[in-house]
Design a protein around this ligand. Structure first.
Ligand SMILES: NC(=O)c1ccc[n+]([C@@H]2O[C@H](COP(=O)([O-])OP(=O)(O)OC[C@H]3O[C@@H](n4cnc5c(N)ncnc54)[C@H](OP(=O)(O)O)[C@@H]3O)[C@@H](O)[C@H]2O)c1
Length: 256
């Protein structure tokens, strides 16, 4: 590995094998970061993404698997990432589980699963990486949701978890200042949920998608790159911004 590569900044992106996470990874790599691509089940996609990046720039990306329900695996993810690069400059807490939990039909397992990926893991990953982030004057960016503020119907636990994620951003910004900046991004409708493993009643119907789009002032869904570009802005061009949530939703939150 060349010296230039070991001196490059390093970003750890959770849930990064596909969709918005993968787009964030590509943008950061293009901006010169080395990458830790975290995944849980999507090993093949994660490895293909790492191969693509390593072909562009040798030794610039690795994959690490971890179930974010497990505190042991969360800490191991941080340990392995630091062991590989000796530094982390940017932590993007992107991984998330998302599904309906109607009142009367929600289990403790649902609670744990949704809270763990959206709230508990971001807190403990931040804790495990705080020293390295401080040493390198780094950044944390948590991906929240516009539903942190106004709850999504039949998605209580997810909405609660994302509301906690917003407070996590504010409290970490206070705790880790002045060395580490911590911000959040609240996306609106960017990519429709990955429905492949869902039962029919949990899937978003075409009719509901239409209704949702009609309520967006900019009259279209956002794109994964809108989130990735916002990440780059917060990480690279916002030295006096911390503890803030930037909404990227085509104006939708002003109408709901
Ligand atoms: N999509 C949207 O329009 C939208 C709207 C509002 C907010 N957001 C937020 O933006 C972020 C990215 O959205 P997305 O739709 O791209 O996310 P996604 O595809 O639903 O999930 C991203 C990844 O999270 C990982 N994950 C879930 N539970 C995990 C666990 N217990 N342990 C480890 N990894 C776990 C999965 O990794 P594996 O595949 O490897 O298992 C998954 O690929 C999320 O935080 C989401 O809440 C998205």
């Amino acid at each position: 590995m060349s010296v230039a590569h070991t001196q490059a900044k390093v970003a750890l992106v959770t849930g990064a094998a596909k969709r918005i996470g993968a787009e964030i990874v590509r943008h950061l790599h293009h901006a010169g970061f080395n990458l830790v691509i975290h995944y849980h089940f999507s090993e093949k996609s994660a490895q293909e993404l790492a191969d693509e990046l390593n072909e562009e720039r040798e030794n610039s990306a690795i994959c690490i698997q971890a179930d974010l329900n497990s505190i042991t695996q969360i800490n191991e993810l941080a340990t392995q990432a630091l062991a590989r690069w000796q530094r982390i400059d940017l932590l993007i807490n992107n991984a998330s589980s998302f599904y309906p939990t109607p009142i009367g039909n929600s289990s403790e397992e649902d609670w744990d699963n949704l809270i763990n990926s959206n709230l508990k893991a971001p807190f403990f990953l931040a804790q495990a990486l705080a020293q390295s982030l401080s040493e390198h004057h780094g950044c944390i960016i948590n991906i929240a949701d516009i539903y942190a503020d106004k709850p999504l119907k039949k998605h209580s636990i997810y909405s609660i978890a994302k509301a906690g994620n917003v407070m996590l951003t504010k409290t970490l910004a206070q705790e880790l200042a002045p060395l580490v900046r911590v911000n959040g991004i609240a996306p609106g409708a960017i990519l429709w949920p990955d429905d492949t493993n869902k039962c029919p009643e949990d899937k978003l119907s075409d009719d509901n998608k239409e209704k949702m789009l009609a309520r967006i002032p900019l009259q279209q869904r956002g794109q994964a790159q809108d989130i990735a570009k916002t990440i780059l802005f917060l990480a690279q061009s916002a030295p006096y911004i911390t503890g803030q949530i930037l909404t990227v939703d085509g104006g939708r939150s002003i109408t709901i």
